[in-house]
Design a binder for this molecule. Structure first.
Ligand SMILES: O=S(=O)(O)c1ccc(O)c(O)c1
Ligand SMILES: [Ca+2]
Ligand SMILES: [Fe+2]
Length: 350
C-alpha cells in the first residue's frame, strides 16, 4: 500500500436489520435500556448513556435480519478523502455518502472491505444530550457506551494484516502450537478491542458489545430477563473472560443478533502494550472460571449485507475450528498446562 490509512478513532455505530421493530424495541429499550434518540416506522436510533453522538445502534425494519453497516469514527472530515484513496488502492467498492443519508451522520465513505463487510467511515455527527449523570433515567442495567464489534472471518491472519494496515494493534490472540490462529482482538481506542476477529465462516457479524461501568448492571440485566420470562435470550454467561479480563454476558435479540454486555477490560494505550497469546486448549481463555462455551456461540452469527443491501455469500473456514479442537470427540482443554493432573475437561464438558 502506498497511501496512508484513514485515522480511525474507534468503533462508533452499527446498523442491524430486524424483522419486527416492536419486538426489537422491547429488547433494546425495555430490557437493555438503550436511549431512543429518534424513531419512526422504519427505524429506531439508539444510544447508550455516555454517548453524545446521535446513535451507536440503528435498528432498521427489513425482511432479512442482517448487519447493514459497521461504522468507525475518524479523527476529522479530511480523513474521508484519505479513506476513499486507501480503499480505492485496495481495489474494493468505495462510495461517498452525502450528509444525512444516515440520520444524524454527516458525509461518509462506505466500502465493502476486503473481508466482505460493509464498513463506513465518518466524522461529522449530530450531538444530542449526554445522559452520563442523568441517574434519574438510568435503569439498574444502564449501558454506558458501545465498546466493540466481533466479526467472523475465515482467515484470521489475513484479517489481522488488513486491520494492522488500518493502524489497529493486536492486544490478545488465541493460537495453537502449530501456529493456527483462532481469534485476535484489535484496537484503536486504548482498550482491548474495537474489533475482534473470530475464525469462522464469514463475513458474518458475531456480536456487538456495549460496556457498563459495573458488574451489577450485567447481573441486573439477567434478573430482568428472568422477570419477563425471557431467560432464553441469555446465551452465554454471566462470567469472567480470560481474554480481555472483562466480566461478560451474551444475549440474543429477537432476530438472533448477538449482543454482549461487557465491563472491566483494561487500558492498552502505551506503544509497548504487551500482547497476550492464549493456547487454544487453555480452558480459562474464554471463561476464566472454566465454564463451558455453548456450541451456539461458536456456530451462530448474523449474515451481512453488501452496499446495495444484498446478502453477502459466506466463505467457510478451511483451518481447524476452535470448537473442534476444544470440545467434541477430538477436543480437549486443560486447566493446568503441565504436571500430573492437568485438570482435563472432557469434550462434552467444555
Ligand atoms: O471469550 S473470550 O474471553 O475470548 C472474549 C473476550 C473478549 C470479548 O469481547 C469476547 O467477545 C470474548
Ligand atoms: Ca464493579
Ligand atoms: Fe466481545
Amino acid at each position: 500500500m502506498t497511501t496512508t490509512p484513514p485515522d480511525v478513532i474507534r468503533c462508533a455505530y452499527a446498523e442491524l436489520v430486524v424483522s419486527d421493530l416492536k419486538a426489537s424495541r422491547e429488547f433494546y429499550v425495555d430490557v437493555l435500556g438503550l436511549v431512543v434518540t429518534y424513531e419512526d416506522d422504519e427505524a429506531i436510533y439508539l444510544r447508550a448513556f455516555e454517548e453524545y453522538l446521535h446513535h451507536s445502534l440503528i435498528l432498521r425494519k427489513g425482511a432479512e435480519p442482517a448487519l447493514a453497516v459497521l461504522a468507525y469514527r475518524v479523527r476529522g472530515e479530511g480523513e474521508l478523502a484519505v479513506a476513499e484513496a486507501y480503499y480505492r488502492e485496495l481495489g474494493v467498492e468505495v462510495r461517498r455518502v452525502p450528509a444525512g443519508t444516515t440520520r444524524g451522520i454527516g458525509e461518509a465513505v462506505r466500502v465493502l472491505d476486503p473481508l466482505g463487510f460493509p464498513i463506513e467511515f465518518f466524522y461529522e455527527a449530530e450531538h444530542v444530550e449526554r445522559f452520563t449523570q442523568r441517574y434519574d433515567v438510568h435503569g439498574a442495567g444502564a449501558l454506558s457506551r458501545l465498546d466493540h464489534f466481533n466479526v467472523n472471518t475465515p482467515d484470521v491472519p489475513a484479517a489481522r494484516a488488513y486491520y494492522e494496515g488500518l493502524g489497529f494493534r493486536v492486544s490478545e490472540d488465541i493460537r495453537d502450537d502449530e501456529g493456527t490462529v483462532y481469534a485476535a482482538w484489535m484496537f484503536r481506542k486504548p482498550t482491548v478491542h474495537d474489533v475482534a476477529l473470530t475464525g469462522g465462516a464469514g463475513p458474518r457479524l458475531h456480536h456487538i458489545a456495549f460496556a457498563t461501568h459495573e458488574r451489577h448492571q450485567i447481573l441486573h440485566i439477567c434478573d430482568h430477563l428472568g422477570a419477563v420470562r425471557k431467560s432464553d435470550q441469555i446465551e452465554r454467561g454471566p462470567g469472567r473472560h480470560g481474554v480481555s479480563n472483562a466480566f461478560y454476558l451474551y444475549v440474543r435479540d429477537p432476530d438472533g443478533h448477538r449482543i454482549e454486555i461487557y465491563t472491566h477490560d483494561y487500558y492498552t494505550g502505551d506503544p509497548d502494550n504487551p500482547v497476550i497469546s492464549w493456547d487454544v486448549h487453555d480452558n480459562q481463555r474464554r471463561d476464566w472460571w472454566g465454564n463451558p462455551v455453548v456450541p451456539s456461540w461458536y456456530t451462530e452469527a448474523s449474515r451481512v449485507l453488501d452496499l446495495d443491501g444484498k446478502l453477502q455469500p459466506v466463505v467457510e473456514r478451511t483451518e481447524t475450528k476452535e470448537m473442534d479442537v476444544t470440545i467434541g470427540a477430538d477436543g480437549f482443554s486443560y486447566t493446568r498446562a503441565d504436571g500430573a493432573d492437568q485438570g482435563f475437561k472432557l469434550g462434552e464438558q467444555v
